[in-house]
Design a protein around this ligand. Structure first.
Ligand code: GLA
Length: 357
């Protein structure tokens, strides 16, 4: 196991940004930068032992600064959407940036994915980690309270990438943190993700209105193209004439996860047939946004000269439901002083027929 730090660039004369590379005993490697606490690379073997980077991203810090796809970053203070950028907490109204049509998306104009975090390397008995911390000021992007956040990425020798999220506040606020990695299990840049197979451990989803805000309903997936209770090819139904798919131009919805314990539960499993790579997602969160890269434009200049196209990656964003601050019937996203926000998500990689890990 090994952790290495390299300079990744500079934002101004004083703010240096680094890229950390964590490698486990199987040769699986993970790249993380403290800019946006962003996951830059995940290199993992296929069934023949050939490694490929399965995460979309950029080569340069400048591209992360200018990029608008949220590649691999930590989204917050409130990941996903808040209707109209407005919510009320203890009878006090708050107004946030309206950076997605009239709505607020992924924490605003300068969300956590555009912030510089402090990094600390961690070497444990059977894993390597990178702890990233950020203090989001009272009033930043319109949110109340100084919020102190720690995100720990841990790479284990079981080919798991674990993300532990922790936050505390000094005023009542709302929090919803996720990682916005785009996966392509055939290798980033190798085409679209439509032939991946996907299972989502949920029999309900939160249907959305025309601006992708949940209506408040928890609707059964049965007899809809959003039914992934059994593994389905992503592309098989994505362009069906279904009201929810037409609104989102594909999949861009929150599923209500089935839970059998308070600990991390299986949320989704993705499989790519040619490489044999499988990704399993476990989480303590109540929801997952499956986003099929519908807003990705064609011809994005990605890592190592690769070009990414429409639907060139998919996201599995573990989260609380979108717009929860305005939906009292959704699980609460309020964080009060003295309480601790804590969530865990695990991405577990394997290759069917490949070497056991
Ligand atoms: C999330 C949203 C999408 C889109 C992407 C970023 O997944 O749900 O609608 O905004 O982020 O492009």
């Amino acid at each position: 196991m090994d952790i290495k730090k390299h300079p990744f660039g500079q934002i101004d004369d004083t703010t240096l940004v680094d890229l950390y590379k964590l490698t486990n005993l199987n040769g699986m490697a993970v790249g993380i930068t403290n800019y946006g606490a962003t996951l830059v690379a995940v290199t993992v073997a296929d069934r023949r032992g050939n490694p490929a980077d399965v995460i979309l991203g950029y080569d340069s810090l400048a591209d992360y600064i200018n990029g608008s796809n949220y590649f691999g970053c930590i989204a917050g203070r409130y990941a996903n959407r808040i209707a109209g950028g407005r919510f009320e907490l203890n009878q006090i109204p708050y107004l946030l940036a309206q950076n997605d049509g009239g709505n607020h998306l992924h924490g605003g104009i300068r969300g956590f994915g555009k912030a510089v975090w402090q990094a600390r390397e961690m070497e444990n008995h059977d894993s390597l980690g990178l702890a990233l911390t950020y203090l989001s000021q009272d009033g930043e992007e319109g949110y109340p309270g100084n919020l102190s956040i720690t995100v720990i990425y841990t790479l284990t020798n079981k080919n798991e990438l674990r993300i532990d999220y922790n936050a505390t506040t000094d005023k009542p606020t709302v929090v919803n943190l996720t990682n916005h990695a785009y996966f392509n299990l055939a290798g980033a840049g190798s085409g679209d993700i439509l032939d991946h197979e996907l299972m989502i451990n949920a029999d309900r989803f939160t249907p959305v209105d025309a601006s992708l805000i949940p209506t408040g309903e928890l609707r059964s997936v049965k007899d809809t193209p959003l039914d992934f209770t059994r593994p389905m090819i992503i592309g098989a139904r994505i362009d069906q004439d279904h009201e929810q798919l037409l609104i989102a131009k594909g999949y861009d919805h929150n599923w209500v996860l089935k839970k059998d314990t308070d600990g991390p539960c299986l949320a989704a499993r993705a499989f790519e047939r040619k490489s044999g790579r499988t990704l399993e997602v476990y989480t303590t969160q109540p929801g997952i946004q499956f986003y099929s890269g519908n807003f990705m434009e064609n011809g994005i200049a990605g890592k190592t000269g690769q070009v990414y196209h429409h639907r060139g990656g998919f996201c599995l964003e573990t989260q609380h439901f979108p717009n929860s601050p305005n939906q009292p019937n959704f699980p609460s996203t309020i964080l009060d002083p003295g309480a601790i926000y804590e969530h865990t998500t695990i991405y577990r990689f394997s290759a069917a027929g490949g070497p056991p890990v």
